[in-house]
Structure formats: C-alpha cells, structure tokens
Design a protein around this ligand. Structure first.
Ligand code: URA
Length: 180
C-alpha cells in the first residue's frame, strides 16, 4: 500500500496515490487541491461529486475532460479532506507537479480554488476578488495562471455556478486564441 512515495505523512492514511487524468498534450492544465474519498478509492482525480460537477460544466462549454489535463497540488487524500499543510504541498509539488508541468508544458494553468491559486502564484490570494483573471506564476513562469472557484465551492454555493461557467468560458476563449 505505501511502497510508493512516502515523503510526507499523507502516505500513511491514503489508499493510493492519485495522479493526473486526461491528455498530456493539452495546452491547458487544471489543478485542484487534493483527492477526496472517491478519488482515493478510484485512483483518479475529480471523480467524486465536485469532479462530476466540473466534468459537467466543462462538457457544457464544449470541453471533454479526456482532452484536457487534470491534476492536483497534492496527490494523496488528506484525512477528513482537511486542507493540505504547507510542508505537504511543498514536498508534493517538488516531487510531482513541477515535473508534470515540465513534461506537459501548458500555456495556461487553471487553478481551481485558493489552495491551488496560492501555491501557483506563490502568495496569498483572495479567490473571490482575483478569480476570472490571468496572472504570472513563480513556480512555472512560462504559463499564465487563471484563477477560478473550486467546484466544491460551487456545490456549497450553487448561486456561483454562473460565474464559474463564465470564468471557464473566458479561459477556453483564451486557450483557443493561443492554440489556433
Ligand atoms: N477535489 C480536488 O481538489 N481534487 C480532486 O481530485 C477531487 C476533489
């Protein structure tokens, strides 16, 4: 069970490491926070309730999730879905995310929620204020970082669905404009 990465303590409670899903040639990479219960069971990111919502909204704007690259800041489920600790994030991005980005070489990275946004921008952010816009990244300077809500937030606040949808449309228009 824990023969693979055990560089942080999340390896003791996880079922399995959850790597990326989708297309490694995608110009856009979606980054969430960490796997939840269902992801930890299935070994695939964004397959639980929040993931299904994301999949549906992407579908709505004409993006099939198998055509884009989806991953998380942390690859292992934190106990009780707590927010990953700074040292878990640092260890995990050095072990996985930074290497993934060097392979995929995305033009844009969509940070889903504050944990991903904070990590990719390298500073504290206010997601409600900063979402819907593009930023520069310290950890991966050759891509733009687009910030939007985490789909779990939309589950808790359905009235933000429209904003989320509009954000993703804006992201898709940008991706289309640079890759055609
Ligand atoms: N939430 C995340 O941030 N990542 C997942 O993979 C699932 C839910």
């Amino acid at each position: 069970k824990n023969k693979e990465c055990c560089k942080c303590s999340l390896c003791q409670s996880r079922n399995q490491i959850v790597f990326y899903d989708g297309n490694p040639y995608s110009p856009v990479v979606f980054v969430g926070e960490a796997p939840g219960e269902e992801e930890d069971k299935q070994g695939k990111p964004f397959v639980g309730r929040a993931g299904q919502l994301l999949t549906r909204i992407l579908q709505k704007i004409g993006w099939d999730r198998k055509d884009i690259y989806i991953t998380n800041i942390c690859k292992c489920r934190p106990p009780n879905n707590r927010t990953p600790k700074p040292e878990e994030i640092q260890t995990c991005i050095n072990t996985f995310l930074i290497k993934e980005l060097k392979i995929v070489k995305p033009k844009v990275i969509c940070a889903l929620g504050a944990t991903a946004g904070k990590t990719l921008l390298g500073k504290n952010i206010k997601i409600t204020k900063m979402r819907g816009n593009f930023y520069s990244s310290l950890i991966y300077p050759s891509a733009k970082i687009f910030l939007t809500f985490h789909p779990s937030y939309i589950l808790r606040n359905p009235s933000a669905t429209k904003i989320f949808l509009e954000d993703l449309k804006k992201l898709k228009e940008y991706v289309n404009s640079i890759s055609s």
